[in-house]
Design a protein around this ligand. Structure first.
Ligand SMILES: O=C(O)c1cccc(C(=O)CC[C@H]2O[C@@H](n3cnc4c(=O)[nH]cnc43)[C@H](O)[C@@H]2O)c1
Length: 209
């Protein structure tokens, strides 16, 4: 089986590639930042591959909720947290609007194998946003709607949509680069998050076969 691991940017793809065992049938590719670029880029890779890939993983850095930089998170669900409608009564999710679901399932078999390979990883909801949370009020609203969320990123739901369109199982792995909260670039630890991606990468090889 060949695994496709998509990231937002090349630095993340290289961090994953550095950690893969020699000969692992895993392709890592950057597809761009944000859910639309991630969906389009993943769909294009899958279409061009003509059935070569048997599973898709969204991997990269992310904001942590109650997690320190360098921590690893495995998504139990990838949730499009800002996909819906604003209203005088508050945010209405896509599900509440009746236009589909903002909840992308993670394949249980993939998740089980990743959990076995990464016993120290936190497991829970990973949020996909188009706008990075950056205020006290935004953080409070995000957590009010998603009290069990562990991380925030920008691609997982888009990758999941492309995988679902190709009939392939999906999973998401994030390593924490910063706390979700008021914007503070000084709090970023991107190097720690990229190192954690490299450390986690051998787990992807356990998804093969
Ligand atoms: O400029 C800022 O304040 C800022 C704060 C956090 C993240 C960004 C990004 O532009 C990140 C884009 C990139 O990294 C992933 N990522 C990392 N941390 C977060 C986060 O807290 N919330 C959402 N995405 C995050 C994301 O998946 C993108 O690929 C800027």
């Amino acid at each position: 089986m060949t695994l496709l691991v998509v990231t937002a940017v090349d630095a993340e793809a290289q961090a994953v590639a550095r950690g893969l065992p020699a000969g692992a049938d895993v392709l890592t590719a950057p597809v761009g930042v944000g859910p639309a670029a991630a969906a389009a880029g993943t769909a294009r890779l899958l279409a061009l591959a003509g059935g070569r890939y048997r599973a898709v993983v969204s991997a990269g850095i992310g904001g942590g909720i109650g997690l320190a930089p360098g921590a690893t998170v495995l998504a139990s669900r990838s949730i499009a947290a800002d996909l819906g409608a604003d209203s005088p009564d508050g945010f209405l999710s896509l599900d509440e609007l009746g236009f589909g679901s903002a909840l992308a399932p993670v394949d249980a078999g993939l998740l089980d194998r990743l959990r076995a390979a990464l016993p120290g990883a936190a497991v829970g909801d990973v949020l996909t946003v188009s706008t990075v949370t950056g205020t006290v009020a935004g953080t409070a609203e995000l957590l009010r709607r998603h009290p069990d969320a562990l991380a925030e990123a920008m691609e997982g739901y888009g990758v999941a949509c492309a995988a679902q369109g190709a009939g392939l199982p999906f999973a998401e792995l994030r390593t924490i680069s910063n706390p979700v909260g008021p914007r503070d670039r000084a709090a970023w630890r991107i190097g720690d998050a990229l190192a954690a991606l490299t450390h986690a990468a051998p787990a992807f090889a356990t998804l093969l076969g």
